[in-house]
Design a protein around this ligand. Structure first.
Ligand code: SF4
Length: 474
């Protein structure tokens, strides 16, 4: 369920002499805001010095018009963050900036390393001190301490030492670099803009500034942007491609393109298959907004049952830093969703959502629908049961909190209070992506982690149960 899974981060970078790169970055981050609402940062370079502004909060809260006017240069990078490693405080906001022999090194990261502790301990043994608790600072410090003659050399030296999921934007006074890990777990793509170039976690970050989408950075590849243009270089040998399947199901915006497919179309297709697999007589198909919408449209079309929006999302809830009072907290899901009672009363509803994590939110929604007079509630989920936690940058839950890790579908149905419950099969999920299963990480469903997770990470942060891993994100 989209209210229970939090994306990790979004990155953006642009090299465009003569353009207002700070403002372009601001708008790109605005488009990528769904990937993280905890903090935002923009760094700009004019070739001689780098200026960085970052703070806690959403993009519209962090930057003012005047701030952007002061960020002058021809190259910029930006980041929106949801913390998955490291706590939620200012120092952990990104980009992370550290000084080096040859100037500044700035790093913005989407993903999670699984060997952070080993890398950090090595640096500590060399006398390095840390200001943050994030794995991004470890990467930045490794790059800054490299004896290579320039940042490209430093990247070639450092990146092969990283294990895990990383889509990175790196900037110095002179160059901007985009890098994707050898498995391509997190997305990163490149576009052209007014004689220059840009990179973004998702193509919607390019669209919003009018950049033309060129292609994805391939697993194990880096893209270097500087005065000579754009250059792609192999940085590490690519491994089995393992794009996170949840980018297709929910995380990324539906108007983004991944693996040459609009995610909207893939999600609609998931809904169509769901209608085949989980057919039921009903009066209306309604989504849990917003992420359930394309699959609900697909379900409605395939089943011939009218589509209706029975639940309206409060679009500006976002992340609030004001603690709710007890009375407000008791409103629970009402803070996020409000039912249109007239469209629900006496109706048999098919309710489409992207996933169920702990099950508590789904239970609350179904209770709300019944209180609004729904006659039947048939829950349809456009992904398979979510049984295993993520080690690669997504804040889901520890294993024992994942309701599908210990309960069968019928038990989950009873817990959430639905009349019927159906999850999309893995086969039909894969078919909706138009790519082979091998091209994805599906560890949430099958426990098959493409990048081996070190035992010490499982033991240190996980709570082992029945031999399976579990991890609590900070
Ligand atoms: Fe995505 Fe799950 Fe794999 Fe994490 S473990 S990358 S959330 S499929």
């Amino acid at each position: 369920m989209s209210f229970e899974i939090n994306e990790s981060c979004g990155v953006f970078g642009i090299y465009a002499p003569g353009e207002d790169v700070a403002k372009l970055t601001y708008y790109a981050l605005y488009a990528l805001q769904h990937r993280g609402q905890e903090s935002a940062g923009i760094a700009v370079s004019d070739g001689r010095e780098v200026l960085l502004l970052k703070d806690m909060g959403m993009v519209s809260q962090v930057f003012s018009e005047r701030d952007l006017l002061n960020l002058k240069g021809h190259m910029a990078m930006g980041h929106v963050r949801y913390s998955t490693t490291g706590s939620s405080f200012w120092e952990n906001a990104q980009p992370v900036q550290v000084p080096s022999r040859v100037g500044s090194v700035l790093v913005a990261h989407n993903g999670n390393l699984v060997n952070t502790d080993a890398l950090r301990n090595k640096l500590k043994a060399e006398g390095v001190r840390f200001r943050t608790t994030s794995d991004t600072e470890v990467i930045a410090l490794m790059l800054a301490r490299s004896q290579a003659p320039d940042i490209v050399g430093a990247v070639h030296e450092v990146i092969p030492q990283l294990i895990g999921a990383y889509s990175l934007a790196i900037m110095t006074e002179e160059k901007l670099i985009g890098i994707r890990d050898p498995y391509g777990i997190r997305p990163l793509c490149v576009g052209s803009y007014m004689g220059g170039h840009a990179l973004a976690s998702e193509s919607c970050g390019l669209d919003i500034i009018g950049a033309e989408y060129l292609r994805e950075i391939q697993p194990g590849e880096m893209a270097v942007f500087d005065k000579d243009g754009l250059d792609f270089q192999r940085i590490v040998e690519p491994r089995k491609p393992s794009l996170c399947i949840f980018e297709f199901i929910y995380f990324a915006r539906p108007d983004s393109i991944m693996y040459d497919t609009y995610l909207y179309h893939a999600r609609k297709h998931m809904g169509m298959s769901l209608a085949d697999e989980g057919a039921v007589e009903a009066d209306v198909v309604m989504p849990i907004p917003d992420t359930g919408v394309p699959a609900a449209i697909g379900y409605s079309e395939a089943a011939g049952i009218p589509f209706g929006e029975g639940l309206i999302k409060n679009r500006y809830v976002g992340r609030t830093f004001i603690q709710p009072t007890q009375a407000i907290r008791q409103l629970g899901i009402r803070l996020k969703l409000n039912p249109i009672i007239r469209d629900i009363q006496g109706k048999r509803l098919v309710v489409v959502d992207d996933s169920i994590v702990r099950g508590n939110t789904t239970k609350e929604i179904i209770k709300m629908l019944r209180e609004a007079g729904a006659k039947e509630v048939h829950m349809r989920i456009s992904s398979p049961p979510d049984k295993y936690p993520c080690f690669y940058g997504i804040d889901t839950a520890i294993r024992k909190e994942l309701i599908a890790s210990s309960r069968k579908v019928e038990e989950i149905r009873k817990f959430i209070g639905a009349d019927t419950l159906h999850y999309l099969s893995i086969d039909n999920l894969v078919s909706a992506t138009r790519r082979p299963r091998e091209d994805f990480c599906m560890a949430c469903f099958d426990g098959d982690y493409p990048v081996p997770v070190p035992d010490d990470l499982k033991m240190a942060k996980g709570r082992l149960e029945d031999g399976k891993v579990g991890i609590k994100r900070s």
